[in-house]
Design a binder for this molecule. Sequence first.
Ligand SMILES: Nc1ncnc2c1ncn2[C@@H]1O[C@H](COP(=O)(O)OP(=O)(O)OP(=O)(O)O)[C@@H](O)[C@H]1O
Ligand SMILES: [Mg+2]
Length: 301
Amino acid sequence: MLVSTKSEQTQTSSTVAEPISGAPSASSEHVVNQSVAANARQNSNPVSADTPIKMTAGNVDLFYGPKQALKKVNAAFPEKTITALIGPSGCGKSTFLRCLNRMNDLIEGCKITGDVQLDGENIYARGVDVVQLRQRVGMVFQKPNPFPMSIWDNIAYGPRLRGIRQKNALNEIVEDSLQNAALWNEVKDDLKKSALGLSGGQQQRLCIARALATKPEVVLMDEPCSALDPISTLKIEELMRELRSQYTIVIVTHNMQQAARCSDQTAFFLLGELVEMDSSSKMFTDPSDKRTEDYITGRFG
Ligand SMILES: Nc1ncnc2c1ncn2[C@@H]1O[C@H](COP(=O)(O)OP(=O)(O)OP(=O)(O)O)[C@@H](O)[C@H]1O
Ligand SMILES: [Mg+2]
């Protein structure tokens, strides 16, 4: 049994899969939720073997003080695809997501080994500009966190930090980003109003627009819909599917339907290990590992 990182063809030499000893063999008696499976069949695009790989994680171990939260995680993220990270609470999904743009650097006592590559370069190498890295690999958090300023200022914040001063250029970025985040029509007459006055779903789309304004290549989303009603959730999902043509997206979700509806590939985490990673249609219809099957069929977690 291998920790499969999508498929052998998409692995790079730095992401060679590690065997897990004692892993149970696949069972033929899957009781997979039929609607989840149907969504996965319908929506996930099996990633073609020649899609370039945007990011990889190779043998990533992570410790919070003495506690190991990630164990030899190997994964590959092909360009312009959506990867869903699933698994029970506390299994390390957010921790792993944060490794991809060095957000864990901000946590005291956190130690990481292994390597994470963006376009073939180790993001943990000495001399890497972390601010620039986080512009290339943007993040949207579980709880919308607009800055206490106007809608316009929220979006212009990152570009201004990057030195863009011209009002016209900033106006253009603000409009483009809000258009891309499917929020423009709702807020175009209120750009000077406080972002805190928006609804939760609008605030989350604002945060996505803010992440897009710095022109990232990869967008990380940690349960971006968990605080939203079903309509706002559907809007964000629709948005993700549109963004896929331009960005590589990694999303943490507890919602199996969402993972099946939106993602091209899915990674299942358990107790800090990446148990299995494959196309979402395979993961939700015929997972290779018994533990994945137990999780997606609701037997635990
Ligand atoms: N800042 C931290 N300091 C110490 N331990 C942490 C920290 N953040 C997470 N952990 C621990 O690391 C493990 C993985 O946590 P993580 O938040 O990555 O899980 P998760 O899969 O995202 O869970 P959830 O689905 O509940 O969000 C947990 O045991 C958690 O207690
Ligand atoms: Mg989490």
